[in-house]
Design a protein around this ligand. Structure first.
Ligand code: HPA
Length: 285
C-alpha cells in the first residue's frame, strides 16, 4: 500500500505536468459512454499506456485514455474507459486510477457504466442514478495493510452515493425533459452474463441493476473522502426478463443510442457539483 501511494502520487504528478488545468471533478466513462470527453475544450489526451503504472483497458468499447479539459467553465479529468476485474486485473489495479484521480486533487467523482436492468420498471436505454450498491465481486480494494494517507481502515459506506448529487442529477434530467430513475447496483465479477436464476435472486436481494464494474472505484474513492455520483445506462434488460439472449453488441448499440442524452445530463449536472466544491472550500476557509 505504501508503494501504491507513491506510484499514485507519481502518476498524478505526471498528469498535472501535462496541463495547467487543475480539475477537481473526475469522470470515469464506461462502455460506449466516452463521447462526453470528446467535447471538452482546452483538452489534452493522454493514453493510459503513457501514464506511469496505469493499467491499460482491453475491453471493447473502451478507448483507454485520460482527457483533461473543460466542460463549460469546469475543469475535469475524464477517463475514457476503465479496467475491470474480469479482464484479470487485481482489485488494486482496478482501483489505481481512482487513487491517481484522488492524488490529483479530485473531490468529486462521476462514475458511469453500462448495466443490465433488473427492475421491471426500467426500459432499455434508461438512465439510472445509483443510490447504493451490493458488492458481490468477492473483492475489496482496501484488503491488506492500510495506508492512512489514503484514508481510514474502515471507511463508512452509509452514503456512498452522495445524496445532494443524486438530487441534482434528477433536477438536471427533469430540466432536460429526460426520464431518470434511482436504483441499487449489484456488482458481479463477470464476464459471463448472469443466469435468469441469478437475476431473480438479485431482485429478491433488492438490486435494480447489475453490472461488472464501478464498485472497487467507489470503495477506494470513499476511503479518500471523494464524493460520488454514479449513473448507469440500462443497455439491456437482465437475463431472463425478455425472451432473448444477451450480447455485448446490443449493450454497445444502446449506449450509442443514448450517448447524446447522457452527455447532456453530465454537462448539466457538472456546474452544480463544481459550485458545491467551491462553496465547501470557502466555508472550510
Ligand atoms: N449484466 C451484467 N453486466 C452488464 C449487463 C448485464 O446484463 N449489461 C451491461 N453490463
Amino acid at each position: 500500500m505504501t508503494e501504491t501511494f507513491r506510484l499514485a502520487d507519481a502518476a498524478a504528478t505526471f498528469l498535472l505536468s501535462q496541463t495547467s488545468l487543475r480539475p477537481q471533478i473526475g469522470l470515469v466513462l464506461g462502455s460506449g459512454l466516452g463521447a462526453f470527453a470528446d467535447q471538452l475544450t482546452e483538452s489534452i489526451r493522454i493514453p493510459y499506456a503513457q501514464i506511469p503504472s496505469f493499467p491499460r483497458s482491453t475491453a471493447v468499447g473502451h478507448l483507454g485514455q485520460m482527457v483533461i479539459g473543460k466542460a463549460g467553465d469546469t475543469a475535469v479529468a475524464a477517463m475514457q474507459g476503465r479496467v475491470h476485474l474480469y479482464e484479470g486485473y487485481s482489485v488494486g489495479e482496478v482501483a489505481f486510477p481512482t487513487r491517481v484521480l484522488g492524488r490529483m486533487g479530485i473531490q468529486a467523482l462521476i462514475l458511469t457504466n453500462a448495466a443490465g436492468g433488473i427492475n421491471l420498471a426500467y426500459k432499455q436505454g434508461a438512465l439510472v442514478v445509483i443510490s447504493d450498491h451490493l458488492n458481490l465481486q468477492g473483492q475489496n480494494p482496501l484488503v491488506g495493510p492500510n495506508d492512512e494517507r489514503f484514508g481510514p481502515r474502515f471507511p463508512d459506506m452509509t452514503q456512498a452515493y452522495y445524496k445532494p448529487y443524486r438530487g441534482w442529477a434528477r433536477e438536471a434530467a427533469d430540466k432536460l425533459g429526460q426520464t431518470i430513475h434511482e436504483g441499487v447496483y449489484a456488482g458481479l465479477l463477470g464476464p459471463s452474463y448472469e443466469t435468469p436464476a441469478e437475476i431473480r435472486y438479485l431482485r429478491t436481494m433488492g438490486a435494480d441493476l447489475v453490472g461488472m464494474s464501478t464498485i472497487p472505484e467507489v470503495i477506494a474513492a470513499r476511503q479518500m473522502g471523494i464524493k460520488i455520483l454514479a449513473i448507469s445506462c440500462v443497455t439491456n434488460m437482465a437475463a431472463g426478463i425478455l425472451d432473448q439472449p444477451l450480447d455485448h453488441q446490443e449493450v454497445l448499440a444502446t449506449t450509442t443510442r443514448v450517448q447524446a442524452d447522457f452527455v447532456a445530463l453530465l454537462r448539466a449536472v457538472l456546474p452544480e457539483i463544481a459550485k458545491d466544491i467551491r462553496e465547501r472550500a470557502r466555508r472550510e476557509g
